[in-house]
Design a protein around this ligand. Structure first.
Ligand code: OOG
Ligand code: MG
Length: 258
C-alpha cells in the first residue's frame, strides 16, 4: 500500500508484519507523513495486534534520554514505547538473529514498580513507587531500512523496541545516579559510561515516563518494568557475539547472539 490513502491501522499492520516476518519497512515520512499524535495512535494499534495474538504488556521503555542516543540517531525529543512479555530475553540466554531485522544493543537501567504511577510526580514520589532496580540491556531493532527514521516513524514503530535483558533486582536504596558501566563484546569493552548519562539521573526518566503515559491516558500499574533509556550509543549485533554489561554495584549480565 502506498501514498496518503493509507489509514493508521494499515501503517500499524505493515510495521507489525515487518517485525514478525522479519523484514525491513520503508519509512512513512515521505509516503504517508504522520503527526506525532497519529504516530502514538499507530503504536497503540500495533501493540493491540500483538495483544490480540496473546502477548501481554509488562511495562514501558523510554527513548532518547541521553545525549549519546540523540546524537547517534539524530533525534532530539524523548519518546516512549510499550513492552510486551515476549520481548524478554533470558539473562545468560540467546538471541537468534534470524528473529530480528538488524538488532542493536544498548546499556540501560530498569525500574520495577511497587505502586501505580501516572501524571506529574516529583523525583521523590517516583522513587517512592520503585520496588527495585536492575542492570539491563535493551535490544532495539528499528524495522526501517538502514535503521533510519523520523521522530514520528520511530514512535509508530514502538520506539524500535524488540528485547530486554534484565539482571538481578536490587532495592533502590543505593545511590544509582552515577553508576559506572562497561558494555563489552566477546570480552572487549565497546561502550564505557555511567547511569548519569540518562538525564543526569535515571530517576528523571521515570518522572518523564509517568508524565508521558498520563498524556496517553494510561497508568503504569504496580509490577511494571520501566526501561530508563540507553546510557550510550547502541552497538550492532553479530552472530557469535557474547554481549555483557557490567554495572557498578548492580552486577553483570550477558547474552549470546546466534
Ligand atoms: C530508538 C529507541 C531509543 C533509547 O534507549 O534511547 C531508545 C532507536 O534508537 O532506534 O531505545
Ligand atoms: Mg533503549
Amino acid at each position: 500500500m502506498s501514498g496518503s490513502s493509507m489509514t493508521l491501522e494499515e501503517i500499524a499492520r505493515e510495521l507489525d508484519v515487518a517485525a514478525s516476518t522479519p523484514h525491513e519497512a520503508e519509512q512513512f515520512a515521505e509516503r504517508r507523513p504522520m503527526t506525532l499524535a497519529e504516530a502514538y495512535d499507530v503504536q497503540k494499534m500495533l501493540i493491540q495486534r500483538r495483544v490480540d495474538r496473546g502477548a501481554y504488556r509488562i511495562g514501558m521503555k523510554m527513548g532518547f534520554t541521553s545525549r549519546a542516543k540523540m546524537v547517534q540517531m539524530g533525534v532530539h525529543d524523548m519518546i516512549w514505547g510499550r513492552l510486551t512479555h515476549d520481548m524478554r530475553v533470558d539473562e545468560g540466554g540467546e538471541l537468534k538473529l534470524s528473529t530480528r531485522v538488524h538488532p542493536r544493543v544498548e546499556p540501560e537501567i530498569a525500574f520495577l514498580l511497587k505502586k501505580p504511577l501516572s501524571g506529574t510526580v516529583s523525583a521523590i514520589e517516583a522513587l517512592g513507587a520503585v520496588e527495585a532496580i536492575a542492570p539491563a540491556m535493551e535490544i532495539i531493532d528499528s524495522r526501517y531500512k538502514a535503521f533510519k527514521f523520523s521522530l514520528e516513524d520511530v514512535v509508530a514503530d514502538n520506539a524500535s523496541s524488540s528485547g530486554i535483558v534484565l539482571g538481578t533486582w536490587h532495592r533502590p536504596d543505593i545511590d544509582f545516579s552515577n553508576l559506572g558501566l562497561i558494555m563489552s563484546r566477546n570480552g572487549k569493552p565497546t561502550q564505557i559510561g555511567t547511569t548519569a548519562a540518562i538525564l543526569g539521573h535515571p530517576i528523571r526518566s521515570l518522572v518523564a515516563a509517568a508524565r508521558l503515559v498520563a498524556e496517553a491516558g494510561e497508568t503504569l500499574p504496580a509490577g511494571s518494568i520501566v526501561m530508563a533509556g540507553g546510557a550510550s550509543a547502541a552497538e550492532a549485533l553479530v552472530a557469535g557475539d557474547w554481549i555483557e554489561l557490567e554495572m557498578q554495584s548492580l552486577g553483570r549480565i550477558g547474552f549470546h547472539v546466534t
